[in-house]
Ligand binder design. Structure first.
Ligand SMILES: [Cu+2]
Length: 136
């Protein structure tokens, strides 16, 4: 009995990584690269005024991005022990549930001061999804 002809698939299954959006801090743009469990900002200093956060979820679960105006250190926000979320005192804006592999933009008017940018999916802040930002 003859063997079945081999059906060779020549199609390449490309890993469909979304292109990484550009961020130019001289135009007030900061990209936040989110993954388990880190919040990486492409700039940690920006001029006061309109700031656009390009929240890019490079991880494998949904993440949030919240911008808090606070003088507390990034790792010193109080935690609500019931919800396991950081308290969002001083919040100027945010995005919820950014799906893995996607990006969303958040445009805010930021006065000069000290900020902390966090993900507040329960436990993610504590696990390290936080970053300092200075607006001058
Ligand atoms: Cu998160």
């Amino acid at each position: 009995m003859r063997g079945l002809p081999l059906l060779v698939s020549v199609g390449v299954v490309a890993a469909c990584a979304a292109p990484v959006p550009e961020a130019d801090v001289t135009k007030g743009q900061i990209r936040a690269d989110m993954r388990e469990h880190a919040m990486g900002l492409t700039a940690t200093e920006v001029r006061a005024g309109t700031v656009t956060f390009i929240a890019r979820n490079a991880g494998s679960t949904a993440h949030d991005l919240h911008v808090l105006k606070t003088d507390l250190a990034p790792d010193k926000l109080p935690i609500d022990t019931q919800t396991q979320k950081a308290k969002e005192d001083g919040k100027l804006g945010g995005l919820d549930q950014i799906a893995p592999g996607t990006s969303q933009n958040l445009r805010l008017e930021l006065p000069a001061g000290s900020y902390v940018v966090i993900c507040n999916v329960p436990t993610h802040y504590q696990l390290g999804m936080r970053s300092a930002l200075t607006v001058k």
